[in-house]
Design a protein around this ligand. Structure first.
Ligand code: NI
Length: 177
């Protein structure tokens, strides 16, 4: 078990384009994924990208079980996604709240494509190809943005809907990513 420190906004590595994974099913890749899973679980995140723990590779994990900490969000199966490619299936976007482990204690309303196809690989090099919508689509877009050096505040259109979680949602305990 290795819980890694999560880099916070302001760290230059979070603004870098991450490199593609060239080899699958290696001890190094499995170790990275174990660190990412341990870190995400420890922090109750809904997703984590490798650059957030200081590794500039195109690796993200996400997954979310429906629970009272995030009452309006749909369940998302736990997924390991490597070298992802996202294709929006329409121009339609939806607004909703997001947070990020690299921007702790804050929330903002971010427009995201409502429906998209994502393709990539798991840790063994097996193809992943899914069409998703809603919260699942939102999480994928948020995590894959990290691989392009984009943090969600850079997507906010109206900064009046950006603020501290405990001020915006008093009395609620919410997951951070
Ligand atoms: Ni994030």
């Amino acid at each position: 078990m290795a819980i890694k420190p999560v880099l916070r906004m302001g760290e230059p590595l979070l603004l870098q384009q991450a490199s593609k994974v060239e080899r699958f099913d290696t001890p190094e890749l499995h170790a990275l994924l174990k660190d990412m899973q341990d870190t995400m679980a420890h922090l109750n995140g809904a997703g984590l990208a490798a650059p957030q723990i200081g590794v500039s590779l195109q690796v993200v994990i996400f997954g979310f079980e429906k629970n009272q900490r995030y009452p309006d969000a749909d369940e998302v199966p736990f997924t390991i996604l490597i070298n992802p490619r996202l294709t929006p299936l329409s121009e339609e976007k939806e607004d909703d709240w997001e947070g990020c482990l690299s921007v702790p204690g804050m929330r903002g309303i971010v427009p995201r494509y409502a429906r998209l196809r994502y393709q990539g690989f798991d840790q063994y090099g097996k193809t992943i190809d899914r069409t998703v919508s809603g919260f699942h689509a939102r999480v994928v877009q948020h995590e894959c943005d990290h691989l392009q050096g984009i943090l969600y505040p850079m997507r906010i259109k109206d900064f009046r809907s950006f603020g501290f979680t405990d001020v915006l949602f008093p009395g609620q305990a919410l997951v951070d990513d």
